[in-house]
Design a binder for this molecule. Sequence first.
Ligand code: XMP
Length: 512
Amino acid sequence: MPKDTILILNFGGQYTQLIARRVRQHHVYSQVIPYSASLEEIKSYEPRGIIFSGGPSSVLDADAPRCASGIFELGIPVLGICYGMQLMGHLLGGRVEAADKREYGLVNVKMNHLCSLFADTDARNACWMSHTYQVTALPDGFETVASSDSCPIAAMANREKRLYGVQFHPEVTHTQNGMSMLKRFLFDVCGCAGDWEMGSYAQQQIGAIREAVGKDTVLLGLSGGVDSAVAAALLSKAIGDQLTCVFVDHGFLRKDEFEQVRDVFTHTFKTRLIAVDARAHFMDRLRGVADPETKRKIIGREFVEVFKEESRKLGKLDHFAQGTIYPDVIESGAVQGSHVIKSHHNVGGLPAELGFTTLIEPLRMLFKDEVRQLGIALGLPAALVWRQPFPGPGLAIRVMGELTEEKVAIVRESDAILREEIAQAGIDRDISQYFTVLTGTRSVGVMGDERTYDYAVAIRAVTTDDFMTADWYRIPYDTLALISRRIVNEVKHVNRVLLDVTTKPPASVEWE
Ligand code: XMP
């Protein structure tokens, strides 16, 4: 357990994950736990401070989510955000009422600089609000430390007991100086040192994995993704050749990806790597299939089959490892503390199919950006660590309709050119995901003196925080011109390049 931990009690707010990330961005370890955690559980973390998240409920409802009673008497600083502030107000004897109307958006808030949280804010500071209820009378011992026209108690504080409540959301980037409010809470109020960093986390995890795994053996499925690669690197450092990695090439990986991953895990990290060339197998099963969902299902099913076959050859291994990351854990509601090896009655998907009942998920407490930092700290090449997200079915869902080797080669080659030019333009880290799609359309063109009738390739590039919504990225025209010219010149059977300018929703990121 890191030296300083901030616990975040999750009351179901949409920004809970964001609060956890913001705290870690200040180099303080944070962990999200359910609001219903007992006082004993809370104490077992020896937290430096506690943050109550927002949430959709009203504290006035009989069945409103509440924290363990006695939490305010632990002597641990608490910051309540939105619902969290209302709950604090309500439980400590203040009054909470519905406001005349829901307050949503940026609001001008008057701040009291004598409150430690607001030492760096402007006297009138724009804050992000999203609430219907609000504290209308302070609990004993509290004072008002921020106010707005429609929310006279926009923040409250009991300095002596180190209890703070803010009606607005400091974790949201729209809130001006929000990061420094959190910083003040973490450092000035809770006394955190801010020394959480990936190098020491890696060492600590390596120790924990060694202890938990002992002499057991572990199987890990490498995919084209960042997470499984980082999990493999970590496990390899911890348990060496007790780890076996299986990497299946279904034929829909990006250009050079198979070789890149294979080389890293045989040379830089000397793991037992079983690299399976299943390209022909997948193509056989998919020939003639045009429906996107059927394609996905076949790929998923065959992946399990190939993996099963390979693991049968390996004999019985003790544990299955996978690169589950923290957002998946929070999303699934399983936010309790993690043990290195989990015995699982509800192991799903591949591990269950393979007969494993225990899982090792060494990244389950990390956010994506932290997984990347960890990868770098472990010595993985930057090019591998900074790869974009890539769907399991890979390029197969970027060829519209029926697959042929030739069509897959067209997306693979055009995607490689796109990636090269995006990197060359220095915008690769500004775009969340970018790739080419082989549209089902063919059109007439001229090349030299000849009439052509060839494929149109589309460019998809998006920015997003969470992939639930996305905007299309404005690639500069000159870069687009270069990409287009190179694709039609270098990729056979392409005579037209299109740009996808659709947001998600209504479009999805992938085309199939
Ligand atoms: P959509 O197309 O749903 O994509 O807007 C959102 C994100 O999810 C990725 N994606 C997948 N990832 N297996 C995966 O591991 C899949 O089957 C899959 N389908 C979509 C997509 O690349 C984007 O990042």
